[in-house]
Design a protein. Sequence first.
Length: 225
Amino acid sequence: MNDPLSTTPPFTDRSGVTDAVRAQILATEHWSLLATGSMTWNEVFSRASMFITVLSAAVVALALVAQVTAFGPAFYTFALLTLPIVLLVGLATLIRLSDANGEDYGLVIGMNRLRHAYPELAPELEPYFLTGHTDDEASVWQSYGAGARLRLSRILAGTPNLVAAINIVIFGVFAALVAQTLGASDQTALVVGVLAALALTAALVLFTSRLIAATRLAHRPRFPA
């Protein structure tokens, strides 16, 4: 008795693969990348919202404790226990947001590579593409929108850097509270807080620049313009 599977053509036989089938395969992969990106950013928004919720709850709790204790020793104890937790959540959120940016950049590269095949299947449609259809850096930024590029204003306005700014303020306040708890004057505590904030700023700038450099270094265009 013959095995019905024996009549199935091998994968190396592409005689029955038409351009319509190829376009369908490419579109399926494209939608898969879009779905992955959507899940990533849904998680990012949830993490950012969680951080803001924790921060808001901590600020309200600190205000209530300060009102009850008149900024006495109990307030400092409560603040020194609360702020590290908020900072931990904030830094974890920042790391996840930074990773998500890299993941999204990789997904756009993948979608550009898929779009590169569409003009090969139908060259007459190339003038109608608004997004990039090569996988070099300039074309990837084209897919993010008209005029999009890696500029300072875009970096500063990004959600990860807004979260980073909040973390810097929290760290500076925490350092100032530690200094006051150890007996430092208000002026000294202020200086300590500013220096701590500047130190964290430098560390986060270094972290971000290295992450961007690593992402660019790992990008190997297969279909450059």
